[in-house]
Design a binder for this molecule. Sequence first.
Ligand SMILES: Cn1c(SCC(=O)Nc2ccccc2)nc2c(=O)[nH]c(N)nc21
Length: 277
Amino acid sequence: MTFRDKTVLFNAPKIMGVLNVTPDSFSDGGKYNQLDAALLQTERMISQGATFIDVGGESTRPGAEPVALEQELKRVIPVIEAIAKRFDVIISIDTSKAEVMRQAANAGASLINDVRALSEPGALEVAADLADRFNIPSCIMHMQGSPSTMQLAPEYESVVDEIIAFFRQRIDIMSKAGFKYHQIMLDPGFGFGKTLDHNYSMLKNFVEFTQFDLPVLAGMSRKSMISKLLNVDVNDTLAGGICVNTVAALAGASVLRVHDVKEAMDVAVIIEKLNQL
Ligand SMILES: Cn1c(SCC(=O)Nc2ccccc2)nc2c(=O)[nH]c(N)nc21
């Protein structure tokens, strides 16, 4: 798409900072250290401009082992409570489990981020109830297969069309379950059952995902679609991340889910400037 023949909307995206509270995301296992480190990281991301803090207790990387309910609760609930007590920020709970959604909302979370799009038992009902009673929206993400299988052989007739059809189907199911339209957020799920080319064709056609007039979240930060293409280590994907986030933002992404909040905020501030002229 050249800028000449299409009007590019310069709507600045909001930034969602990633807070991983899985044990492998902290240097040592100590409880105090983990909570303290999480709060320090949260404070840093808020000071850098994050609107959302995404708290996740189950790693959903390719091949990741599922986490038991009790384990996931132990990881995320104390962190959510501590953040809600200290900061004025929107806490997003990254979970697929109905019980984690309910307890996280109780502890102060006000956005549900489910990479399995409310497909687990009870999740749709609990999320719809939280939307109804507390106006808590849900972000539903497309994934082909499950974390343990999704990257074995991703296959699509047309990845963009299949994601669009998935969004249509899930929006219909959520509306029937009681969600109001504005309580739904969409996410094409970069890296979740997609090859490198699938990911870049999703990015190239990102504007298609905005056809529902619902906010669309883009989560490409530090993912293999950057490290593989640029042939760099995951810790050296900052420049690539800024590029893909800029492309997604100009194509209409409302939220960028990132590890590097400062750099994503720089993108948002520059786009906001263009919006004002
Ligand atoms: C929870 N969650 C994840 S976890 C995967 C991840 O960050 N991998 C990863 C992290 C760091 C380095 C390499 C890979 N990705 C998304 C996303 O794209 N959208 C939404 N809505 N939620 C998401």
